[in-house]
Ligand binder design. Structure first.
Ligand code: ZN
Length: 120
């Protein structure tokens, strides 16, 4: 049997949870001032100035990160803009923040008669 070689262009895409992707590119993580590992848009995920779904400017993005911008060597030769977002991780985070945590707080409030949330 004669060997056959086929040459194809491929596009590498990396996917994983946020911690894995951040590790690949030496990104400081989602609690940093620029939590997105694809762009440099500054926003906060916590505290009084936390960006919330109702207020976040989803149409804005920051300057894209590149391999050349990195502090140190990336563990993979894929541009950050080519990363696939971890959809399951994202959905779990949204469900925890907007469904599970409020239900737990409501349950605590119901059981203890303690005011956890302000009435609005
Ligand atoms: Zn971004």
């Amino acid at each position: 049997m004669k060997d056959t070689f086929i040459t194809e262009k491929v596009r590498k895409v990396s996917i994983g949870d946020f911690k894995y992707i951040s590790s690949l590119f030496h990104h400081p993580g989602q609690a940093s001032k620029e939590p997105c590992f694809i762009c440099k848009l500054p926003w906060s995920t916590h505290g009084e100035k936390a960006s919330l779904v109702g207020k976040f400017e989803f149409h804005e993005s920051g300057k894209l990160r590149t391999l050349d911008d990195l502090q140190g060597e990336a563990m993979i030769d894929v541009e950050p803009a080519s990363l696939a977002l971890p959809t399951l991780h994202s959905i779990c985070g949204i469900a925890k923040t907007y469904v599970i945590d409020p239900l737990i707080a409501h349950s605590i409030q119901f059981d203890t008669k303690c005011q956890v949330f302000k009435n609005s």
